[in-house]
Design a protein around this ligand. Structure first.
Ligand code: SF4
Ligand code: SF4
Length: 384
């Protein structure tokens, strides 16, 4: 088998100010040999950003608009035509996209850089004979409007998958509510990881950039807290990039579903040390105290993984709705792929027999009103 050369560029950047960001991104692109090996002048290039839900840049839940703006400017100066797009969680229509772009700062980022915003909310189905889990895939039609795709992700923790970066970012190439169907048909995190890898490979990102200047720790991808890391990462391989980002926040392969499964498929390195890192030394960025989600999938954290799987319904964590924060908007109910949530008076309630522990409800709650509570037995097991 041909040996993959894993490379990632890593640069220090303390702020989202234009000059500093531009310098860090320019150095990263130079490390990768410029845009020329990946993109031709005149190409239409999709910056597949992470827009998750309508939250301002300060929340650190989405790719920062200044990061997107500066990257778009550099691509346009090179001669590319840039489109900014994502299919965030929930419904995927023009009105919702417009609001999301406005709140997340993408309208301004597009205006200031000369990029355009995607409003194509159509979909297309492709066959994936090489897919491990998915042999057929529904993608957003915006992929058909461009020549090249770049993953522009945010460095964050993820309650279901532990970590979300360059690879998981490509889940946003699946249109709106179709994502919920994929969650429902693949409730197991191992299957879901393989599906995410299939989805990423199908989108064929030629480059991956990560906004790790201020990432998210704790209950990501939306309910965590911003955490300064000061890192700009870039690679021609999203798996290599994620390995470096994970190492920075104290995660190694066995703890990260997408990394583990990509490694089993020969797509990712075994250890971060196999990635050639150019730019700044990784040691400058290490965050040994980076907070993980309150709950991490029990099969990962426990030495008793097989027992945990067998008793999964009893031992798996439960979603808890915090009444003091909940505004009764029903976003959780609308986005629950298992239809496990109903309203009881003004507040939501979950049916734990139906719940598949995908945590889409927590991800898409605008008020961070959902906690994931570990079962008492798992708390005890994890202390053994
Ligand atoms: S999404 Fe959040 S705020 Fe809205 S009803 Fe559900 S728990 Fe309450
Ligand atoms: S209740 Fe929440 S965690 Fe459970 S299936 Fe619905 S969205 Fe997923």
């Amino acid at each position: 088998m041909k040996r993959i050369m894993w490379k990632t560029s890593l640069h220090y950047c303390e702020t989202y100010q234009e000059e500093e960001l531009r310098a860090a991104l320019s150095q990263a692109i130079e490390d990768l040999g410029g845009f020329a090996p990946y993109i031709d002048p005149g190409d239409r290039v999709l910056l597949k950003v992470n827009l998750l839900l309508s939250k301002g840049a300060d929340s650190a839940a989405t790719t920062h608009p200044a990061f997107v703006r500066e990257l778009a400017k550099l691509l346009i100066e090179y001669g590319a035509k840039v489109v900014i797009g994502d299919s965030p969680g929930g419904l995927f229509n023009e009105e919702i996209l417009r609001r999301n772009y406005r709140v997340n700062g993408m309208i301004q980022a597009a205006e200031e850089s000369g990029a355009s915003l995607n409003y194509n909310t159509g979909s297309r189905t492709i066959s994936l004979p090489e897919g491990k889990l998915l042999k057929q895939l529904t993608q957003t039609a915006m992929l058909g409007d461009v020549d090249k795709v770049i993953s522009v992700s945010k460095l964050k923790t993820h309650s279901m998958m532990t970590f979300t970066g360059a690879v998981k970012n490509m889940f946003g190439t699946v249109p709106g509510t179709k994502k919920a169907e994929y969650h429902f048909s693949m409730p197991d995190s191992d299957d879901f990881a393989d599906a995410l890898i299939d989805i990423c490979l199908a989108a064929k990102p030629v480059l991956a950039f990560m906004d790790g200047i201020i990432g998210m720790e704790g209950n990501g991808p939306s309910g965590g807290t911003p955490r300064r890391i000061n890192a700009v990462l870039a690679s021609d391989n999203p798996f290599a990039l994620d390995a470096v980002a994970c190492h920075i926040i104290g995660l190694e392969r066995p703890a990260v579903f997408t990394w583990q499964h990509a490694w089993q498929r020969g797509l990712a390195p075994d250890r971060f040390e196999e990635v050639e890192v150019t730019g700044e030394p990784v040691e400058r960025f290490l965050c040994p105290d980076f907070r993980m989600p309150d709950h991490i999938n029990p099969e990962l954290t426990s030495d008793y993984g097989v027992i945990v799987q067998k008793l999964s319904h009893t031992l798996r964590p439960k979603v808890r709705f915090q009444k003091d924060k909940c505004i009764g908007c029903q976003a959780c109910l609308r986005n629950c792929p298992a239809h496990a949530i109903r309203m009881q008076g003004k507040f939501p309630k979950a049916d734990y027999h139906k719940c598949i522990r995908c945590y889409c409800c927590q991800e898409l709650c605008p008020k961070t009103a959902i906690r994931i509570e570990e079962s008492l037995i798992m708390k005890l097991v994890n202390r053994l």
